[in-house]
Design a protein around this ligand. Structure first.
Ligand code: FPP
Length: 268
């Protein structure tokens, strides 16, 4: 084993530059975000809802950059749920066009930032043009070594669980797997997040107190942070506040004692 491979993510983060308020040893490895409040942000400013989504892209770019700079391993965002198709056709159309425009425009920057982008959800329902762009972006960034950026698009937690169950049932029927051997690890490996650790922190903006069918399995032990800030206003200060709140939490995972991610480094 080389020396560098024994460096923990926490130790690696000591080499990044951090806002002084934050403890580099307690940066979440995986952050999930429900980006909510774009419509209300636009309405409050007398603008069309679409402008809220456009402003939301800027907030997303800021958050991705900061997470990447601060050594967060993965950022998973809820961009479009399986339920969002029920919005007016005009808004759905705008969002789909926005996804295409942003993907085209930001691909070079994602490559430069070493971001590895993935799309989670039922992508077959998206237009072939968007699917092609997704394929291009995921292929061209697949070997990047920076943050994993997961964009949940036409994603629903229940649908993801049902699909995983179907795949395991099929493998059982085909004699490929013994049903008695299906445990939590086997099940989690069937999910779209199979390559990620579960989110340490879920951030939801705009004050709503719901999970909204997002990462139902993966959020089992995530710390939940809800802020009244509307997504387009979510900036560096807002992210620092969320991280400070996370760093104040005692994570027990159902036990009685705080469980640190890296027992070598943390004394809490
Ligand atoms: C929720 O706010 C937001 C969405 C449904 C869309 C989020 C999408 C983006 C921020 C763009 C992301 C772009 C890429 C390329 C990943 P809302 O419309 O439900 O707001 P409201 O609750 O105030 O009406």
């Amino acid at each position: 084993m080389t020396k560098s491979s024994s460096i923990t993510p926490q130790e690696k983060r000591l080499t990044f530059s951090f806002p002084k308020e934050l403890d580099p040893l307690r940066i979440p490895e995986h952050i999930a975000v429900i980006m909510d409040g774009n419509g209300r942000w636009a309405k409050a400013k007398g603008l069309p809802r679409a402008m809220g989504h456009t402003a939301g892209v800027d907030a997303l770019k800021t958050t991705l950059k900061l997470c990447s700079n601060w050594g967060v391993g993965a950022l998973t965002v809820y961009a479009f749920s399986t339920e969002n198709w029920s919005r007016p056709g005009e808004e759905v159309g705008f969002l789909m066009t926005l996804f295409k425009r942003v993907l085209k425009r930001e691909l070079e920057s994602l490559k430069l930032q070493k971001v590895r982008i993935s799309f989670l959800g039922d992508l077959e329902k998206l237009s072939s043009e968007l699917q092609d762009l997704i394929l291009e972006a995921t292929t061209l960034t697949a070997k990047n070594t920076g943050i994993n950026f997961n964009v949940c698009t036409n994603y629903g937690g229940r649908r993801e669980l049902v699909k995983a169950a179907q795949r395991l049932a099929l493998r059982s029927v085909n004699g490929e797997i013994d049903p008695a051997l299906i445990d939590e690890n086997v099940f989690a490996a069937e999910l779209s997040t199979a390559n990620e650790v579960d989110p340490d922190l879920l951030i939801r903006t705009s004050g709503e107190r719901r999970i909204s069918n997002f990462l139902l399995w993966q959020l089992a032990y995530s710390e939940i942070y809800i802020t009244e800030t509307l997504w387009p206003d979510f900036d560096e200060n807002a992210l620092i506040k969320a991280l400070l709140d996370y760093q104040s939490r005692c994570r027990r995972f159902g036990g009685l004692k705080h469980v640190s991610k890296d027992k070598r480094n943390l004394e809490i």
